[in-house]
Ligand binder design. Structure first.
Ligand code: TRP
Length: 530
């Protein structure tokens, strides 16, 4: 670059990598910073059938709304289907039973309803203590579980939304779609080449990426989307990766797509506990993506493949199994000098709560709010890094609770969950729950929650999430919320609030179409019959 003035405005951003993180970054940054030149360095990829990506509702409000793309605009390009929550199967019951499904609970999107200023969870606990008839927590407090069981979708026949929902899709197709959008609509330049080295100045800032084809791609800011290879942030900048294998034990997966009779398309992700981990199931039209996430310390890959194939009735010798290894943890700092890692180069958590893409656009959202000029004010970089740490560690802690509160003791893997390193924050949340108090109850309603990422970031794992998982595992508070002893009238009238949930459920069961109808219509396969 001709001039050496390090204080001017940003002019060029170079992104290394063309996976979903690379193209999400390209779209997000080009749209947010229209006068900045965005260049993506990515070799053409060999296309593969994706094993299914699961997401959360703010994908639309934080990412696609910024691009001006509605569900109906983007869904047809990536074989997307709808998701209303996660069904956790066999996480509570020790031992291998006869039946495939021994226990199940739903983790439902959206906020828990309130009655007289307190969430329904507190009344549910009180009613149990009072010996009132109750069902399971999720079915009593939300109407969505019954809808998921009945395979209804989250939208009415006219396409309007009935409930907070997210999506399943093929992440490779999403990356292709975003690449086309970036290059044809947003003016992003795609350099189809490989990086051979990163050039640094005397301060240790990256000045350019040198390509195999002999080009030097100069830039002011470099975004590392090179995946687990982490070519810029770890290899070039030397930032240490903090391995968190002492907090989450799974470090491998074996995955494959499976043909699927989508007449019965499930509007939820399944997470099925196994002997040394759990298996995801992400239903799409025509197939579902699935993978067994397990710990190599407790099961070898052949045995894991056998257990996984047995679950779906596949022949391990015939199935197209992909074996993956991953590192769990994050870089000490996501942003170092003029290099920021986004996606797997920055951090990785197993996909248990569908946080993968959220970490990508969540970091991009934070990045554009902390960018200044080419000096990259250190205070802002530090603040961005602290926000990313909070976003990641908070989710890591929540994931841990699924394991350490599980009553399963049937294998060494499950027994070892009692020895996890836990943060003070998560210990306090577990203690709060046991004391009968709401955990992390946001003071906004559902609409405001998903429309306001700042509010969601502060209360990402809400009281409803904690209750779904903890109560779903059979862990109940030690007693009801103490203050309710002084409010007998509110406790009595809470029966009406539960009745309202049941009435809503019955109305929705009547009004909402099967999810497969809506998904086929969006995909332009509406006239297909089975
Ligand atoms: N705040 C997030 C949301 O409501 C929490 C979340 C992430 C979540 N993954 C989830 C909630 C899965 C329910 C199910 O989307």
């Amino acid at each position: 670059m001709a001039e050496l003035d390090p204080t001017g405005p940003l002019r060029r951003i170079v992104i290394l990598g063309g996976g979903s993180a690379g193209w999400m970054s390209a779209c997000y940054l080009a749209k947010s910073l229209p006068d900045v030149r965005v260049v993506v360095l990515a070799a053409p990829e060999i296309p593969r059938i994706g094993v299914g990506e699961a997401t959360i509702p703010n994908l639309q409000s934080v990412f696609f709304d910024l691009l001006g793309l509605s569900e109906d605009d983007w869904m047809p390009h990536c074989n997307a289907s709808f998701k209303m929550g996660i069904k956790f199967v066999n996480w509570a019951t020790p031992g291998r039973g006869e039946a495939r499904v021994r226990d199940a609970y739903y983790h439902v999107f959206g906020l828990l309803r309130e009655h007289e200023g307190l969430p329904l969870s507190q009344y549910w606990t009180q009613r149990r203590a009072d010996g009132e008839p109750t069902g399971t927590f999720d079915e009593d407090c939300y109407w969505e579980p019954a809808l998921m069981e009945a395979r209804r979708g989250p939208r009415f026949a006219d396409g309007t939304s009935a409930t907070a929902h997210a999506w399943h899709f093929d992440a490779n197709l999403l990356a292709d779609f975003l690449a086309r959008h970036a290059t044809t609509v947003l003016g992003v330049e795609h350099v189809e080449d490989r990086m051979t080295e990163a050039l640094l100045d005397e301060r240790g800032y990256i000045t350019a990426l040198r390509t195999a084809g002999g080009r030097d791609l100069e830039g002011d800011l470099f975004v590392d989307c090179s995946g687990f290879a982490s070519l810029l942030i770890n290899r070039t900048m030397g930032e240490p990766f903090l391995d968190m294998g002492d907090r989450l034990r799974c470090d491998r997966a074996v995955a494959t797509p499976v043909p699927y009779d989508d007449a019965d398309l499930e509007p939820y992700t399944s997470s099925i506990a196994m002997s040394a981990g759990w298996t995801w199931k992400v239903p799409l039209l025509g197939r579902f993506g699935t993978g067994y996430v397990y710990s190599a310390d407790f099961q070898d890959p052949d045995d894991a493949a056998r257990e996984f194939c047995d679950l779906w009735g596949l022949d391990p010798a015939e199935a197209d199994l992909r074996h993956l290894r991953f590192r769990v943890g994050r870089n000490e700092r996501a942003w170092v000098r003029n290099c920021v890692g986004i996606g797997l180069s920055s951090c990785f958590l197993e996909p248990l709560e569908s946080t993968g893409l959220y970490f990508v656009y969540g970091a991009l959202y934070l990045l554009v709010r902390h960018l200044t000029d080419r000096r990259f004010a250190p205070g802002l970089v530090d603040r961005f890094n602290a926000e990313v740490v909070r976003m990641f560690d908070d989710s890591r802690d929540f994931l841990q609770t699924h394991y350490c509160l599980s009553p399963r003791t049937d294998t060494a893997f499950w027994r070892s969950q009692q020895d996890l390193t836990l943060s003070d924050d998560v210990r306090e949340k577990i203690a709060t729950y046991r004391a009968g108090l709401p955990v992390n109850q946001p003071t906004v309603d559902v609409g405001t929650y998903y429309g306001n990422f700042e509010a969601e970031l502060r209360n990402f794992w809400t009281n409803g999430s904690f209750y779904c998982v903890f109560a779903g595992l059979g862990i109940e508070p030690d007693g009801p919320m103490p203050v309710l002893a002084h409010r007998p009238e509110a406790v009595r009238s809470s029966a009406d609030a539960f009745a309202a949930v049941a009435a809503e459920r019955d109305r929705m069961l009547r009004d909402l179409p099967p999810t497969v109808e809506d998904v086929r219509r969006v995909q332009g396969r509406g006239d297909r019959t089975t």
